[in-house]
Structures are given as C-alpha cells and as structure tokens.
Design a protein around this ligand. Sequence first.
Ligand SMILES: [Zn+2]
Length: 374
Amino acid sequence: MLSVFCCPSRYTQGKNATDNLGQEMATLGLKGPALIVAGKTAIKILAEAWRRTLSQADISYNVHTFGGECSLPEIERVKVSAQACGARVIIAAGGGKALDTGRAAAADMDLPAVNCPTIASSDAPCSALSVIYTEEGVFQQYRFYRKNPDLVLVDTAVIARSPARLLVAGMGDALATLFEARTCVEGHVKNMRGGGSTQSALALAELCYRTLLADGTAALRAVEAQAVTPALERLVEANTLLSGLGFESSGLAAAHAIHNGLTVAQATHGFFHGEKVAFGTLVQLVMEGRPRAVIEEVLRFSTDVGLPVTLAQVGLAQIPAAVLAGISARAAAQGETIHNEPFEVRPDMVADAILAADAAGRAFRSETSSKSHR
Ligand SMILES: [Zn+2]
C-alpha cells in the first residue's frame, strides 16, 4: 500500500484575512468571474470586504445565497447559478455545509474551489470530500473529489465574532482526530484517499489534540470576548487545518460512524456535527477498551469546554430501545468507517458502548459537580 498525504494547495489564516482574498486568488492564478456560495450571515459580515478585495484583484462575482443544507438538490442549484454567470472559480463562505456544497459544485464542474470558513466548527474546509445530507438533515453519503481546495482562507476576526458554541463544536470534531487516526494507523487501514497514513499526518493529529488541551479553554474565553488572541489563532488552526489534514490523511474510525448513527434520531438534529462527534469519540474509546486515564482526560476536556459527554447532552435523555438499535445499526452499516476498528463491530457492541460511555459521562459529571459544591 502506498502512503498518501493530501492537503489544500494554500492555507492562509489571520485577523482580517478576507482583505487579502483577491490578492491570494490572483497569486494562485485564480481568475473570475467567481460564484460566491454563502449563507445569509456570511453575506452580511463579508459583502463589503468582498467588494473591496475582489475589485482590487479584478475578479467579478455573483453571490448565491446558500439554502442551508448540503443536499444533492442544493448542489444542483449552485451549479445552475455558476453556469448562469459563467463562473471560473467557486468561492464558498460560511459554515461546513456551505463549504461542502461549494466544493461539491466546483468538483462537478471541474472548477477551482476557494473556502472561507466564517466559523471554526468542523474540519470540513481543507478536505476533498463533502458530507451529503437529505434535505431533512439525515446523513446520506460521503462524496470524494479529485483534489483538495485550491485555497482555504480563514479570517480569525470573523471567527472571533462567531457564536462560542460553534468554536466548541469544532473542538469536538478535532477531538476525534487523534483517536481515529491512531486506530487507522495501528490497524494499517486505508485513509480517506485510499492510501496508507504518513508520519506527518499522525504528527499533525497529535499536535491537534495537544493544542486542544493547551488552548481550548483560553480560545473559548477569547471568542466570548470577541477577541483575536494567539491562543485563538492556534485553536482555530487545530480545528481547521490540523484536524482536517489529520483525519483525511490518516482516516476515520468509530467516532464519526457513531455521529452518523446519531443523525438517525430526530432528537439529535439540534446538535452540531462536532458535538455528536465528541460523544462518538467517547464511545469509540470505551469500545476500544482504552485506559481509564485516556478516557478521563477526554471527559475532563469535554466538560471544561462544554462538549457533550452524555446522551442527554445530545438530546437523548430518553432513549427507547428501537432508537438505540436504529443508531447502532446505522453506525455499523456496511462501508462505515467503524469497520476501520481492529475487531469485528456488530450493532449490539455499538449499543453497549453507547450506554457505557453515557454512564461514564454521567458519573464524571456528578463527581465533578459534587467536588465543586464542596
Ligand atoms: Zn467531522
């Protein structure tokens, strides 16, 4: 098996980075007309900066208001908009779903893709794949593309003004990276690009986890104050770049499959991808029988920054047996990344691990709250 490492062609991050969007695109030889795919909030925040930076670089553009879900019909709508304006590049701005949609349309039309995440809530921006949902928000499939984005531009001044809960969700997505990467490396399974992992990818995944532990809380405080600090810069890099390269070049395992299972339950739809992945990480560690110290470190980190460690915290305070069975069956479906685990995974094992992780999370929370009341 060949080792394969993949990453975007260019990654640019910093305070007010949007002011350099046009120049960065010009440097990479990306010419207009451009179609910008962006959610309403992104348009409100960035419209003025786009006007300045893209006109300076002589890039004309149209804006397609993102419909809210990365679904096959929405991807088709973006392609129609892009054809209508003769787009030669697609810029996507907003959250993970808007970026996933932009990349999907760009890949279908063989156009360069630029991603400008306005929140650091997932590791989607750097990847060469999209997660497709139904229009009702149920996980449908992964779609893989020939190449990673041509440019990922992260404006930390914009991220600093985003809701704190979204940054925390990004930490949840990043929390899974090392544990899923390690499982894939230890099991010698293929990464998301069909190759073996590299030392580089695993090292980035390790740095990702260390950065979360070191800077997670400080970065959260910075966003609550809408301030850009070195801790926030490092944490945003962990959520976006390190987690993105780590997962794609090393691979996914149980944590993301558990997430996909959870999306079957309507009650979890109010929770973000990264929040469900954080709980999925705990389930993976329990299922793998990892040492108590490892599980406690994850429980402590999650509790400190406000990531879910119990079923109740992802909307499943009551979990009927049929719902648990549905979640477990989806998580262990054929083709799921849970089968990168080094043992055979059956739905009943998943259900047991979910219940045990929930119990560990509840016990940890009641211990820590009784300590703080003393
Ligand atoms: Zn993810």
